[in-house]
Write a protein that binds this ligand. Sequence first.
Ligand code: FEO
Length: 395
Amino acid sequence: MHIKLKNNVRWVGQIDTELRQFHGSDYSTHRGSSYNSYLIEEEKTVLIDTVWLPFADKFVKNLESEIDLKKIDFIVANHGEVDHSGALVALMEKIPETPIYCTAKGVDSLRGQYHKEWNFKVVKTGDSVDIGNGKSLVFVEMTMLHWPDSMATYLTGDNILFSNDAFGQHYASNTMFNDAADQCELYEEALKYYANILTPFSSILKRKLEEVLALNLTFDIIAPSHGVIWRDNPLQIVEKYAAWCDNYQENQITIAYDTMWDGTRTLADAIAAGIHEADPQVAIKVFSISKTDKNDIMSEVFKSKMLVLGSPTVGNDMLDSVAGFIHFLKALKMKHKKAASFGCYGWTGEAPQKIKEALEKAGLEYVDEPFRHNWNPDSATLLEAREFGKRLAKA
Ligand code: FEO
């Protein structure tokens, strides 16, 4: 399937409806994904990015059905990660001398992964290549958005930004354009993508957005490397990113817990009731960490002003599911979020305090005191948990 974006620019990528896990099994893709590759045919013929390795042969075959591969004057590799560069090996076997434009770090990445000495052309921010008919490609380094090698490419004349991972979503949509997509699904996936992949780089992104917007370029289309293409008011996703990278939060509190014999789970519900009693307007999301997808919980934490985390005590510590969740949270470097902890215990009861220490190390602002209860909560304890929830709502 090839789709026209504008004039002589076509999408030549791969939709992956069946994908359910990405980055190994680190990121859930409930709605699949796509690997977006673009073909520009002006006086020069240019291919922007390729697709993931399992689709390499299909990609090359499809491309061959569209054009004589020898007509490709050069390839732009905006990013070396294998979901975009995976088909390069199969393609370069057919056209081995074709130049590949990428950043210096892109050369490191592609050499390191594929061990090939291709005809690399290193570019940096502001470099441009004339592709004829009054159009050129301008390169913008996007260092650490989200890899050291990442860059974006802007097509003058057609005003298309090939943004690679930025502004993408793991969202398989055969409609391929934002105006034709289900808006709830689209924004759920766009936010999940930002929260789970780009959050650690928010301060870099903030500076980069300011830098790019200061160029006063016109953006008719923003064409990312995953998901749908932004052609209807493309700046809407830029505005969202500007909000998301600026310590984003909504009026929401997330309670996440794991439990062994339902004691900690019962406390979670009582704390939620207390929060609601003190502030009926705040959205409260309650999740079992072991029964809910971690990326989905993290999207909700990203939207929250506070995370309340619970675990029973096992071996003088929290459950490993909770420890793993905090490990992931720490890597995301979320800022300006409050936190609290709770848990039931039978013997020693260290988990809520250990969670407190781990959350502080993860950069969250701990409020109140760890709430814990020995053995199963009775009605008096549930009232205390409710009061705890009320205090958290007011914290
Ligand atoms: Fe979609 Fe960083 O690769």
